[in-house]
Design a protein around this ligand. Structure first.
Ligand code: DAH
Length: 357
């Protein structure tokens, strides 16, 4: 079969027709190689080959100006040009599409030898680790969780806890008052009252939560976390408290850690105690952590004051209970050797990432 080039015999066409045929051919030849996208080539193809408005279609108009006898020959020349141009566009289009595909593939190429980006794992905050651990230990002893409220009224935070207005013990906690009546709770002990109002004994509740005091140094923060415990039932005594504390200390600080109770004062417990654990760093010999004493103070506790039970409608002749409260940050600082409480509130991920379980 003849190639379009060979078939292109319109050089023999009559004068003006030939010039126009040649002009179109030249234009196609000149420009067709300059297109790099199939889309722009398609636009150019329309200029030349569009059935109605294309240059070749326009040529068909001149047939009318040609003498009748020459018309079949001129028609043939134009058709030859059309065929030639169609093939040229088709070939060029195929070539461009191939290149486009190659480019696309190259752009989408994945370099499997690139080292993968390191996956960063989040870590739980030391407070959360301690809270989870405490919940685990106490849930194992049958405690339920109660989460109180951060905004309390004076009654729950103080008065019902046997600390009426003007009681000197209110000075133990620098309170953020929101109004005469409302304040940011200074202690999770406020939750004891809510629990005892809502539930009759037996009660065995653990209550974690944020508390607030106007206090700020290396070991105190205006916002910190406490873990409160409350047990009320018939015949509860200091022995039950001591037994529970022994289990707690061994599980949280390690085997062989002992507890010691020292007399203390809290308005809502009578008697009240401070609880020390034997130093888990030196085994009680005396070191920097325990300041040479062999003991570390970890929480306050006591037998629930009968007035507190009465305030909640529980008969102190029938029931008794013990309560305890500890600072979660203090436990975290002791356990993880953190010496400034601020580190726990600075949201520095380099610090936080060191406490992976
Ligand atoms: N609420 C006390 C405080 O914030 C801690 C505390 C001591 C809680 C003795 C208790 C308790 O339940 O019995 O300092």
């Amino acid at each position: 079969m003849a190639t379009p080039e060979e078939k292109l015999s319109f050089a023999a066409a009559p004068g003006s027709v030939r010039e126009r045929l040649l002009a179109i051919r030249e234009e196609v030849e000149k420009k067709i190689g300059t297109y790099e996208s199939s889309k722009s080539l398609y636009e150019f193809r329309k200029v030349i080959l569009d059935n109605r408005k294309g240059r070749i279609a326009e040529l068909m108009q001149i047939i009318r100006e040609v003498p009748k006898e020459d018309r079949p020959a001129v028609g043939k020349f134009i058709n030859e040009l059309k065929e030639w141009a169609t093939v040229r566009f088709q070939e060029t289009d195929e070539r461009i599409r191939k290149q486009e595909l190659l480019k696309k593939n190259a752009a989408e190429d994945i370099d499997v030898t690139l080292p993968a980006e390191e996956t960063k794992f989040a870590a739980l905050h030391p407070d959360t680790l301690v809270i989870n651990e405490l919940i685990d230990v106490f849930a194992g002893m049958g405690f339920e969780i109660y989460e109180g409220r951060e905004i309390e009224n004076d009654y729950y935070n103080f008065t019902a806890l046997n600390t009426p207005k003007d009681h000197p013990a209110r000075d133990m906690q620098d309170t953020f008052y929101l109004s005469e009546e409302f304040l940011l709770r200074t202690q999770t002990s406020a939750g004891q009252i809510h629990v005892m109002e809502a539930k009759k004994p037996p009660i065995k509740v653990l209550s974690p939560g944020k508390v607030f005091r106007s206090d700020d140094d290396a070991t105190h923060s205006p916002m910190f976390t406490q873990m409160e415990g409350l047990v009320v039932d018939r015949g509860i005594s200091v022995c039950d408290l001591q037994g529970m504390l022994d289990t707690f200390s061994e599980k949280i600080f390690g085997k062989g850690v002992k507890t010691r109770l020292r007399p203390s004062y809290f308005p809502f417990t009578e008697p009240s105690v401070e609880v020390d654990v034997s130093c888990f760093a030196c085994g009680g010999k005396g070191c920097k952590l325990c300041k040479g004493t062999g003991w570390i103070e970890v929480l306050g506790a006591g037998i629930v004051n009968r007035h507190v039970l009465e305030n909640c409608g529980i008969d102190p002749e029938e029931y008794s209970g013990f309560a305890f409260g500890m600072g979660v940050e203090r436990i975290a600082m002791l356990k993880y050797g953190i010496n400034n409480i601020k580190a726990l509130f600075e949201s520095d991920t380099r610090f936080a990432s060191q406490f992976r379980d």
